[in-house]
Design a protein around this ligand. Structure first.
Ligand code: ADP
Ligand code: MG
Length: 728
């Protein structure tokens, strides 16, 4: 291993940035050239077929087989003109990643000739060998087979020489086996609920879309160095390793100049992303060394989720060209800042209005307040569900680790909006007097746009923050598929908007004026959701205590957090919005628990292996060297040797101590795993992994890291923090 570390270091030392041949076209000209978008459709399809697809996208209309054949023909000609030879249904199974199975267009006819074949049938539906994807028992209960079906709302694209068709993945009985189906259903639900409410303000609104702009954080590590670390390769994070002497204390990386090699990678990545229609725009360094962020312009949520999954795939592929490995893990390096994926979210009408954007007139601000306050109330009522939507073994390392938002869900809105809500709250009960109405409109609601312009205090410690014209859900993990968080967020806001409408309509029916009715209900919502609002430092211990007093939950571990998904209330909610039935929700719970268990189990095995087979033998070699040294000193100085060898002797003893501790803890961990594996129910098994297996990682790591500090650097087999983090 020492050999591998040295070899890896040698090969990285003379790495040069890969030369990027800049395309002659400007980026604006390259945008979406590999996407079967409007322009391509117009060119390769008849007007009628194009309109049919637009109807499906915008109004959920069904596409009949004849039109599907025409679309397929157009798509095929377009793809072949771009050099594609294969096609695949591209989907997002519950592994969290993406899946594809490539088929060639080419088909021999049996008479010695061949054709390129791709028709409506192949476009619309496929039957991948689904048995290897997680399904949480759905397919055992129902039907053995699953199929993928075309999602016309997300355009097809070409990767390499393959035409990729975004699809959903469902069982034959219709249960969702992927992340996209529930998301699409949640988006449909919020479209209805938000449109109904938006029509209080503007009758010409017919559709509301949820928008998502994610910010992807990641680390870049030299591929040879990464390959020299079995833990990084198999678990995506370092399971041991002492922190580098220089970490991020100096904060000299954030927004600093991007190292040349990384910059070459980013340029290459951006060109590929732009061709795929992913509107990447900003790139910058993050807090930790070798940590970066990439953010696109926001898009309709379903497309944004697809683009994020696609981008993560592209990032890994392009990294290989540049001899990098991309780390998407939420916490690859203990003691160093972790990675998240902020989800910026808002609602936009088909009349081009951002419903979370304050306007210039009191009327548009009443609309803003309506959506703003309802979102806060939704987070208040369903904070546990929101917490569950971001729970994973990886993200546990981050939430609550004093650098990322805490595991306690709260909402930050800034000083000025807090003042606005406080004023609204204190308007007297019942219908408003004319003076109050005027005051409210002029003094409170009228002030909002100016207020937001100078609303610069951006609290970085909040998991859910309002940032001017959108909410930013910051607790989402960097390796997560955003679909899950987006499904929950849109569902709970949809639910809240429905309740809101019922209340407002009831007041109007009783003779109250519309604006008064809106204000009255909003005031009640402000009062009822007060405890979820927090403007202070989310990292502080005071907040933990305060949150407890307020009755807010602080679920620090995944097994604890996931439980909110399987309450009767949750089942009812999912069903009511047509998002998932009880079987589908339970299946997901099972899958997530199993994934959690597997992650910890695998980490335990890797850690045991590295500790026993790499660290201990190295410790023994070094100890043997020390013993030989002491022996030699004894030969020279006789009984006086202790004068010269006391340091060595104490090192020898210390090494033995650590070896003993590693051995016994690895043993203990193995036993705990065995005990846990015998537990039948996944939730109890996950608890056992969480509380009995995982804590031993820290003890094992502690001893290994002490040894790393003590042992001759020449002998140490594992590439070190400083080498992984500071190689540029
Ligand atoms: P940061 O959080 O790093 O300071 P910003 O606040 O500028 O960055 O957030 C930028 C992100 O917010 C981008 O990904 C952008 O697309 C997204 N965003 C901006 N407006 C909206 C919106 N109306 N809906 C969803 N996302 C949006
Ligand atoms: Mg952000």
């Amino acid at each position: 291993m020492a050999f591998i570390r040295n070899e890896a270091l040698k090969s990285t030392l003379d790495r040069k940035p890969v030369t990027i041949i800049e395309p002659v076209e400007r980026r604006s000209e390259l945008y979406a050239v590999n996407v079967f978008n409007d322009t391509a459709m117009n060119h390769f399809m008849t007007k009628d077929d194009y309109n049919a697809v637009q109807d499906a996208i915008n109004h959920g209309k069904k596409i009949d087989r004849k039109v599907a054949d025409q679309v397929a023909a157009g798509m095929k000609s377009w793809a072949i003109s771009k050099g594609a030879t294969h096609y695949t249904h591209w989907f997002q199974p519950l592994t969290g990643g993406t899946a594809e199975k490539h088929d060639a267009f080419f088909e021999p006819k049996g008479d010695g000739t061949a054709v390129d074949k791709f028709d409506g049938g192949q476009l619309v539906q496929q039957e991948p060998d689904a048995s290897s994807f997680p399904n949480g028992g759905i397919r055992n209960t129902f039907e053995a087979r699953g199929y993928t079906a075309w999602d016309p709302t997300s355009p097809a694209f070409i990767m390499g020489t393959t035409l990729c068709i975004p699809t959903i993945f469902v069982s034959y009985t219709g249960e969702a086996l992927d992340n996209k189906v529930p998301l699409l259903r949640a988006l449909q639900s919020i479209d209805q609920s938000a449109t109904d409410v938006a029509r209080y303000f503007d009758k010409s609104v017919n559709k509301v879309i949820a928008t998502l702009g994610w910010e992807q954080e990641y680390f870049l590590v030299d591929s040879a160095l990464a390959a020299s670390r079995p833990d990084l390769m198999m678990a995506g994070r370092l399971l041991l390793g002492h922190e580098a002497a220089k970490g991020q204390q100096l904060e000299d990386h954030y927004f600093g100049s991007i190292p040349e090699r990384a910059l070459a990678y980013m340029r290459d990545l951006e060109i590929e992303s732009i061709k795929l229609g992913i509107p990447v725009k900003t790139r910058h360094n993050e807090v930790a060394p070798n940590q970066f962020e990439l953010a696109p312009l926001f898009e309709e949520a379903n497309l944004a989720v697809d683009h994020n999954s696609l981008l993560m795939d592209v990032m890994s592929k392009i990294a290989a060209r540049h001899h990098f490995k991309v780390l998407f893990h939420e916490k690859p390096f203990a003691g160093v800042n972790g990675s998240g994926k902020h989800n910026n979210w808002s609602l936009a009408t088909d009349t081009g209005v951002n419903l979370l954007g304050p306007g210039k007139t009191p009327k548009s601000n009443l609309q803003f307040l309506t959506f703003f306050i309802n979102t806060i109330k939704a987070v208040h009522d369903y904070s546990d569900l929101l917490r569950a939507s971001i729970a994973s073994a990886n993200n546990d390392h981050r939430l609550g680790a004093n650098e990322a938002p805490p595991a306690i869900i709260s909402v930050f809105i800034g000083k000025h909006l807090t003042e606005v809500l406080d004023e609204l709250e204190h308007v007297s009960d019942g219908s408003l007097s004319p003076e109050e109405k005027t005051e409210l409109k002029l003094n409170v609601v009228g002030k909002i746009p100016e207020i937001l312009l100078d609303n610069t205090d951006r609290n970085r410690t909040s998991p859910f923050a309002f940032t001017g014209n959108k909410f930013e859900f910051r607790a989402v993990g960097s390796s997560a598929n955003c679909a899950k968080a987006m499904t929950i967020l849109n569902m709970i806001v949809s639910e809240q908007l429905r309740k809101f409408k019922v209340q407002v309509d009831a007041l109007i029916e009783n003779g109250m004026k519309k604006d008064d009715a809106l204000f009255n209900v909003l005031r009640e919502l402000i009062k009822a959701s007060k405890k979820i609002r927090f403007e202070g430092d989310g990292y502080s211990d005071d907040w933990v205590k305060e949150a407890e007093k307020r009755g807010l939950n602080n679920f620090k571990t995944t097994p604890e957090a996931l439980k909110a998904q399987v309450s009767n209330e949750t089942f009812t909610l999912f069903e009511k919005h047509g998002i998932m039935n009880k079987v589908e929700v339970e299946a997901r719970y099972e899958i997530e628990l199993e994934e959690y268990i597997k992650k910890i189990q695998i980490e335990g095995r890797i850690l045991g292996d590295i500790a026993r087979n790499h660290v201990i033998p190295t410790a023994i070699s070094y100890q043997t060297k020390l013993i030989e040294n002491v022996q030699g000193l004894k030969d020279i100085f006789g009984n006086e040797y202790t004068k010269f060898a006391s340091e060595q002797v104490s090192l020898i003893k210390e090494i033995s101590g650590h070896i003993g501790s590693i051995m016994s803890n690895v043993e203990k961990m193995t036993e705990e795993r065995k005990t846990a594996n015998k537990i039948e129910h996944a939730d109890k098994r996950a608890d056992a992994y969480c509380h009995n297996v995982k804590p031993l990682f820290d003890d094992i790591r502690y001893a290994c890291d002490k040894l790393e500090l003590m042992i001759d650097d020449e002998l140490w087999p594992l590439t070190k923090y400083r080498e992984l983090l500071f190689t540029r």
